[in-house]
Design a binder for this molecule. Structure first.
Ligand SMILES: [Zn+2]
Length: 448
């Protein structure tokens, strides 16, 4: 497709933007014009007839562990809370191979694209012997599929030997982690508003790495000017663990390690008190809300309204596919909407809030203000949904129908001006073959 050729996404059934009733024009990977009611594009453009489509900014997934698609609904991990759940899964994850990771990543990214996701993060922190280039495998898959990514070089260096949860075979030492972090940033991290591949640094959680590594990672992220990510305040257990190990609450520890700043976004953020939320807002640290995972593991419910009132940006994350157990971001929007509406009531939470978290809020989490919004100058990252399934029949408001009737599959997805999903499929992807090979790899890992 010639990127200089302007495309008019014409007369959509619905669109998440004001003043774009007749659609939008994209060119050179950007949105160049919003066409208001009764208007016409000011430049010559071919058109894509969108009369059957509801147009959203591409959804942004702010927390995931792609490799976990290989351990979905695993019997040994069912009906467990976070810590015993992790202990059941670590030995299985220790058997991850490069081929299995490639399949797991391809499945996760494909599921995400087909659900309307145009930018995704991944938090990869399991590095058994032979899997040293996990990030390289993920970059290659992202380039094949055309999805925009912020991949994190995760880490763990506190194993059972040192009072941590993971087995010795999946952790690395501090020097190896820091050297490889610098390597993957130098090799893969792109800068600027059109970046398709970015890298962040991400110790798994403050409780699976040493204080020395937490501090050194923050220093390195500062030096390399990349973002920082970790899990925090996911369970009550964590507070107890932190009090015992460090004599303070998790956020105090994070601050002591040099992490409480605008470079950082945190997965979960359930157990912060009001004073801590104010500190997060002041520091401009963002939160990835993972509604499905939090419900499946019965971890709790992120206080999104108090967070936003304190100035904290809220994004959405599907979290790993062993605690979801899917990678469907549109379904995550619905899950977050329902969970938070049950908590706060109809007056405070609407479908538009959930869509805002998955777009503008998520863009803040990944530090990409040029994403997550349909406005002139923003990236041409779009998700188009048809309302032609039984579940939508008889609908009124098209945008509300997406969330309330349970949209789960995009018909068209555009990333940087390129169509990467057409007619509900990823061009060139043999889905039955992928399922066959991914299932075989998952089975081999699970039986050992
Ligand atoms: Zn996670």
């Amino acid at each position: 497709m010639d990127p200089t050729r302007a495309i008019w996404i014409k007369d959509p059934l619905g669109i998440l933007a004001d003043g774009a009733e007749r659609g939008i024009v994209v060119q050179n990977g950007r949105i160049v014009e919003l066409v208001p009611k009764g208007g016409q594009p000011s430049i010559s453009a071919v058109f894509f007839e969108a009369g059957d489509h509801v147009v959203l900014p591409g959804l942004i997934n702010t927390h995931h562990h792609f490799y976990q698609t290989l351990t979905r609904a695993l019997p040994a991990a069912l009906d467990r809370e976070l810590f015993p759940w992790l202990q059941a899964l670590y030995p299985v994850w220790a058997r991850l191979t490069p081929d299995a990771l490639n399949l797991g990543v391809t499945v996760a990214m494909s599921e995400l694209l087909l659900s309307g996701c145009t930018t995704t993060t991944d938090h990869h922190y399991v590095f058994p012997a032979g899997l040293e280039d996990a990030v390289g495998i993920e970059v290659a898959a992202a380039k094949r599929l055309g999805i925009r990514v912020l991949l994190t070089r995760g880490s763990m260096n506190r194993s059972q030997r040192d009072g941590g949860l993971p087995p010795d075979s999946v952790v690395q030492d501090e020097d190896t982690i820091l050297a490889d972090s610098a390597r993957v940033v130098a090799k893969h991290h792109q800068r600027g508003a059109d970046a398709m591949v970015q890298i962040a640094l991400a110790p798994c959680s403050p409780f699976s790495v040493t204080t020395s590594l937490m501090r050194a990672t923050a220093d390195l992220a500062d030096k390399l000017d990349v973002r920082l990510h970790t899990h925090l305040a996911e369970t009550e257990d964590e507070n107890t663990f932190c009090e015992q190990m460090h004599g303070c609450r998790p956020l105090d520890y994070l601050e002591q390690c040099g992490w409480l700043n605008a470079r950082t976004w945190l997965a979960h953020g359930i157990f912060f008190n009001s004073e801590e939320m104010k500190r997060l807002g002041k520091a401009r640290t963002a939160i990835s809300h993972c509604a499905c995972s939090n419900q499946l593991l019965a971890s709790g419910c992120c206080p999104v309204c108090e967070m936003e009132e304190a100035g904290v940006a809220i994004g959405l994350g599907v979290d790993g596919s062993a605690s979801n157990d899917g990678s469907n971001l549109m379904q995550e929007v619905r899950a977050a909407f329902l969970l938070q509406r049950a908590r706060y009531g109809v007056g405070r939470i609407s479908h538009k809030d959930a869509l805002r978290w998955a777009t503008k809020g998520s863009a803040a989490c990944v530090g990409r203000p040029e994403l997550g919004e349909i406005a002139v100058g923003k990236a041409a990252d779009l998700a188009l949904f048809k309302l032609d399934e039984l579940r939508f029949s008889g609908h009124g408001d098209p945008l509300a129908a997406l969330v309330l009737c349970g949209a789960h599959r995009a018909d068209r997805v555009m990333v940087g001006g390129n169509w990467v999903v057409m007619d509900g499929a990823i061009p060139g992807l043999d889905v039955p073959d992928l399922i066959r090979r991914h299932s075989a790899a998952a089975h081999a890992m699970q039986v050992g």
